[in-house]
Design a protein around this ligand. Structure first.
Ligand SMILES: [Fe+2]
Ligand SMILES: [Fe+2]
Length: 252
């Protein structure tokens, strides 16, 4: 009998788990909703797994591409955020529009949380990940694009995205905290930087668009303070967040 796509995915996952010599226990966030977060989480091979594999996953997960010891932002793009087409398309659009390097960088990085970390409140997570390494205006703009995406500004030609009507339904209204953030942003000196992210936030993902990370290497070099110890190992207040992206299945 032919397997459905999801059965095939399950079988593949099962096979990969079988080949591991470590027990993997997913963080609550991985499965919350699919299961009640108040229930204990079993190792992925099931309760019977405990006899076969003695130890819990505590480092590199062999199912994931291994990252260098001192990872750079580009390494994260390569090993964790790829293919990152949406980000490259937005940044390319901003570059062609003749915008400042800050705006281009903000466009390139605005959705890294969606690409590689956590979707919910992605503007806030993304801004926090980047804060120690970019100009304050860049992380501010990334934080507030989260809210600005939902509010039109016809004076610059930004309307409520049609895609959002399809995604969220006709009657979706952003939560009060999002509206509050929008009001803060509206009166801020950097409003337009964040607004430009939304204007370059390409929603028609053209699979044939030619984009190339090489277009942005110099802009990153000039505007992103790459720590010499590598992202995750520089002792910054957000180093643990980068490490979590490197080792999302580490037991503790
Ligand atoms: Fe976004
Ligand atoms: Fe986006």
């Amino acid at each position: 009998m032919a397997m459905t796509l999801s059965q095939r995915a399950d079988a593949l996952e099962h096979q990969m788990i079988e080949e591991l010599d470590r027990k993997v226990v997913k963080s609550v966030l991985f499965t919350s909703g699919e299961r009640d977060p108040r229930q204990p989480i079993m190792p992925q091979g099931g309760a019977s797994d405990s006899g076969k594999r003695k130890h819990f996953m505590m480092g590199d997960d062999p199912r994931l591409p291994k990252m260098p010891e001192k990872p750079t932002l580009l390494d994260f793009f390569k090993y964790r955020f790829a293919p990152a087409n949406h980000l490259l398309q937005s940044a390319t659009h901003a570059l062609k529009g003749g915008h400042s390097e800050k705006v281009v960088l903000a466009c390139l990085l605005h959705d890294i949380a969606v690409s590689g970390f956590i979707r919910v409140d992605h503007g806030y997570w993304g801004a926090q990940l980047l804060e120690p390494y970019v100009d304050e205006e860049v992380s501010w703009a990334i934080r507030y694009h989260q809210a600005l995406r939902f509010f039109p500004d016809e004076s610059v030609g930004y309307s409520y995205p049609e895609a959002y009507i399809r995604y969220f339904g006709e009657d979706y209204r952003p939560e009060p905290y999002v509206e509050q953030a929008y009001r803060e942003a509206r009166n801020h000196k950097w409003y337009m930087t964040s607004r430009l992210i939304t204007l370059n936030d390409i929603y028609s993902f053209d699979p044939n668009a030619v984009v190339d990370m090489n277009d942005f290497i110099d802009i990153i070099g000039r505007n992103f303070k790459q720590p010499k110890e590598g992202l995750g190992f520089d002792g910054s207040p957000v180093a643990h967040m980068w490490r979590t992206i490197i080792w999302p299945t580490k037991f503790l």
